[in-house]
Design a protein around this ligand. Structure first.
Ligand code: ZN
Length: 413
């Protein structure tokens, strides 16, 4: 953890700026426990004119690891309002993907990216808003960024033509959409916002998401949406769960650009599941189908994590440390359930202890009791693990002819 003002002061000093120019903000503490291993390989940015705000669309438990592993933002704020430094703010972070603002593409090259652990359509915590407000204030001061240049990812993301849209379009993502609302911007101490989409107005893009345009700009898109693909004018959003397909709400409305992605999961009313890349006709999805974007990102914590590699045991397990469904595999191969240990034992788990969250234990496997007798066909799943020679071998990699007698297996609940 380090004092923010010292960091800012260092940057400004390096840039030859007089230190007295620093505003007297409250001191914001930054946590370094998720610094990205990608940091060193990222180039320094030449200019910084925008701050882009994101929602992770996943809880911090999985999101922090993902953004750190991939170097996907400069800062990430968890549910409790803790701010983590991911990529050095002077370097490039990969947070905006296909993006454009005011005719300039690849927004990562000239922006700061801040991820907030939460969802584009759910309220953030007061602690998150407080921290974000301070962080934005610091970055605005360091880079001299005006309020109207603090944008949501959904302001700048754009999509190439696809089977839903005939032209390049705004509305690829709804990420951070709520940061476009005056109500939230006021709480973030942002006094101005862009009055219209400059790329739609200039005809570089068309508006493909009326609800997004209303949220960001408070009205219908400024320019007529010419030649958009047919049947895409959404009526008033249907009630009920926004992630379930209904009349007037298709896969595009829910998953946006990720509609055909392998990480997007479709759960049909009859209980069957398909990934986005397994679906042939998106217009035939039955109403009631539930769409989960980023299912794979959430699943990251469904494999095991290792004390010391993925953080401290208490941070990996959170509130689940003492549950029967939390399984600890010690470095020496001993296996203990959360329900068998005490809170103080969790703090003493040795480096290298592997932790499975939300798991059941089966076994031991014997000649008369094969793996399938414990968990059916799931014994072959990638997130099922066999403890063989003190290694957790995934079910899709295990050689079923060579599972030794006495082997324990762990499968998702
Ligand atoms: Zn985003």
């Amino acid at each position: 953890m380090r004092d923010w003002r010292r960091v800012c002061a260092g940057v400004l000093a390096a840039a030859g700026v007089w230190l007295a120019a620093l505003p007297a903000h409250a001191v914001l503490t930054l946590n370094n426990s998720f610094r990205s291993p990608r940091n060193k390989e990222r180039e320094a940015r030449r200019s910084t004119t925008l701050i882009i705000l994101h929602t992770t669309e996943a809880p911090s438990r999985s999101a922090l690891r993902k953004v750190s592993d991939l170097g996907e933002c400069h800062f990430c704020i968890d549910e409790a309002g803790r701010a983590y430094r991911i990529i050095d703010h002077r370097r490039v972070a990969f947070h905006s993907g296909r993006s454009m603002w005011n005719g300039k593409a690849n927004v990562d090259d000239f922006s700061i990216g801040i991820e907030v652990c939460g969802y584009h359509n759910k309220p953030l915590s007061a602690a998150q808003i407080q921290t974000l407000s301070e962080l934005i204030g610091e970055m605005k001061a360091v880079y001299k960024i005006p309020d109207q240049n603090v944008l949501a990812h959904s302001h700048v993301a754009y999509g190439a033509p696809n089977k839903w849209q005939a032209r390049s379009h705004r509305g690829r993502k709804r990420c951070g959409m709520q940061f476009g609302t005056t109500a939230l911007r006021t709480r973030l101490n942002l006094k101005a916002k862009p009055p219209f989409d400059p790329d739609v107005r200039a005809g570089r893009l068309v508006a493909a998401d009326a609800e997004l345009a209303r949220t960001l700009y408070g009205s219908a898109p400024a320019a007529p949406a010419r030649a958009a693909a047919p049947a895409r004018t959404a009526p008033a959003a249907p009630a009920a769960d926004a992630n379930v397909i209904a009349v007037g709400r298709g896969a595009w409305d829910i998953a946006r650009d990720a509609y055909d992605d392998p990480t997007t999961l479709y759960l049909f009313p009859d209980g069957t599941r398909k990934r986005g890349d397994q679906i042939l006709n998106f217009k035939l999805l039955p109403p009631g189908t539930r769409v989960t974007v980023n299912a794979a990102a959430d699943n990251r914590t469904e494999t095991y994590q290792t004390v010391g590699v993925n953080g401290r045991a208490q941070d990996i397990t959170g509130k689940e440390s003492l549950l029967v469904s939390t399984i600890y595999v010690y470095p020496d191969g001993r296996v203990v359930r959360g329900s068998q240990i005490k809170a103080e034992d969790v703090l003493k788990l040795p480096y290298g202890t592997r932790i499975l969250l939300g798991y059941s234990m089966g076994g031991p496997v014997t000649a008369g009791k094969p793996a399938s007798s414990f968990c059916g066909g799931r014994w072959r799943a990638a997130d099922t693990f066999f403890l063989i020679s003190n290694v957790l071998v995934p079910g899709n990699k295990v050689d079923d002819a060579k599972i030794p007698a006495g082997t324990l297996l762990f499968y998702k609940n």
